[in-house]
Design a binder for this molecule. Structure first.
Ligand code: BGC
Length: 471
């Protein structure tokens, strides 16, 4: 690599370094922010929403019955039928439908929910689930956005994330909206539970986990995919904001959807490079979910793209290409949000001669011809961006483990973290880096227990069915 480019890349890489001091102080701030969120209304920007999910215990694995689940997570809507077998196993039928981009923004809630209902109708037909027209099917609705939940089947959207922006839905009860559009099609489906995908993941992993075999208790459900977030079970006595709400006063515990994507929106500890600022400014929810914007799949590619544009503007890469093209760069490099995190996962592990596999990828994805030294720069930046993301991901897990560990003081089983999402499942080395950073933070402070990450595939759909089963 030429000297100037190397120096510039090294400097950027340094900005993305995460050290022990940052990990530990961020974990402490996270703990504080959990407490503030548990005491205050869920809508503020300065602390995490910490939303009570109105699920009051974790499944035992013995649950039975067949339920529908509708799962709106980000880019896709999934409809599932889940049969819980009562022995930690389930059978799942599901169909996945891509959400048309023009329904995500500059559209209306009516149109979005009409689309979702039509997919429920199609699923019922395909799977011949509508045999008895008089029988109402119970559905759990996984809606993976911050919602101010006031009952198991009630919740108003606080704000959109992950590229959605349908203004008329904010502040409305999403179960009412979905139910109204399902009813228009006479589907005889009753939406009995509303769950965040992390709540679903927690429940589904707790259902599948048989502690007598794994020697672990499931303590967190989390997503590292298009977005990121986590849920856990807390003691009611730790949740002052429940006072004054309508919950069964006999229950001792409650699942909390942390909405940790909004951790440190005021940037007290999180790194804030100029690339993070550019990316945040180009989102619909500027100033919010700043933790998510450093970690999750939707943002990793965009951070890389803006860093490359910066190096170009400083005259350090793509200069010959620019001249050859008569003074322009390929259109796709200049277009935000086109570089998917899955592409970064290939760049990351390319060990081909002169990084030829990366050359093909850049050509295919961005129509961008590159030189070997440009590809070395791209790989170095990719590594820095993903590695920061994985290490920061350890912070909420460690903080929650610290927060709940006294609840398990008399139980010497290990802790397991149920995870779902493309980044944690597929990004090379992501899980290993999270675990390494958790070790650095050391939330169990010398206890013998271990912390394991367990992939809870399809967790959100199965979890929604589990929520429907207790309704
Ligand atoms: C949403 C969460 C969700 C997470 C993962 C975030 O953008 O705010 O509700 O759980 O993405 O899907």
């Amino acid at each position: 690599m030429n000297k100037d480019l190397k120096a510039a890349v090294d400097k950027i890489v340094e900005l993305f370094q995460v050290d022990e001091k940052l990990l530990k102080s961020a974990t402490n701030l996270f703990t504080e922010s959990m407490k503030t969120g548990l005491s205050n209304a869920s809508g503020g920007r300065e602390y995490m929403p910490m939303i009570p999910a109105f699920v009051t215990e974790l499944p035992t694995g013995k649950e039975t019955g067949t339920f529908l689940a509708g799962d709106l997570g980000g880019t896709n809507f999934r409809v599932c039928s889940v049969k819980l077998n009562g022995d930690h196993t389930f059978e799942l039928k599901q169909s996945k439908y891509k959400i048309p981009v023009d329904l995500m923004e500059n559209s209306t809630g009516d149109k979005l929910f009409a689309h979702l209902s039509s997919k429920v109708e199609a699923f019922l037909k395909e799977n011949e689930l509508r045999k008895d027209a008089n029988e109402t099917l119970k559905m759990g609705f996984t809606f993976s956005f911050p919602v101010d939940q006031t009952a198991l089947n009630k919740g108003k959207l606080i704000r959109w994330t992950k590229g959605y922006d349908l203004k008329d839905v904010v502040g409305k009860d999403v179960v009412e909206l979905f139910q109204a559009s399902v009813d228009k099609l006479n589907l005889n489906v009753s939406i009995v539970a509303l769950a965040n995908d992390t709540v679903g993941t927690l429940l589904s992993r707790a259902f599948s986990n048989d502690p007598s075999k794994t020697n672990s208790n499931t303590v967190v459900g989390c997503i590292f995919g298009t977005g990121t977030n986590g849920a856990y079970l807390d003691k009611v006595s730790n949740i002052p904001k429940l006072k004054g709400t309508d919950y069964n006063k006999n229950v001792k515990s409650m699942v909390i959807n942390t909405e940790w994507g909004s951790f440190d929106n005021t940037l007290q500890v999180l790194p804030n490079t100029k690339y993070d600022k550019i990316v945040d400014a180009s989102t619909a929810n500027t100033g919010y979910h700043l933790f998510e914007k450093r970690i999750s799949g939707m943002f990793l590619g965009e951070i890389l793209r803006v860093a490359l544009i910066d190096l170009f503007e400083r005259g350090l890469i793509f200069q010959d290409l620019f001249k050859e093209r008569g003074g322009s760069l390929p259109h796709r490099v200049q277009q935000p949000w086109l570089l998917d995190a899955s592409v970064l996962s290939y760049l990351e592990i390319d060990d081909s001669t002169e990084l030829r596999m990366s050359a093909l990828l850049m050509q295919n994805e961005l129509r961008l011809p590159t030189t070997h030294e440009e590809r070395l720069a791209i790989q170095g930046l990719t590594h820095a961006i993903s590695s920061r993301a994985a290490q920061l991901s350890a912070i909420p897990i460690a903080a929650i483990v610290k927060h709940v560990k006294e609840q398990y003081a008399d139980d010497d089983r290990d802790f397991e973290i149920g995870c779902d999402g493309s980044v944690v499942e597929f990004y090379p080395g992501f899980q290993a880096q999270i675990l390494k950073a958790i070790k650095v933070i050391d939330p169990l402070e010398g206890e013998k227990k271990q912390i394991h990450l367990k992939i809870a595939k399809d967790g959100s759909g199965v979890g929604a069915a589990l929520c429907a089963s207790v309704a």
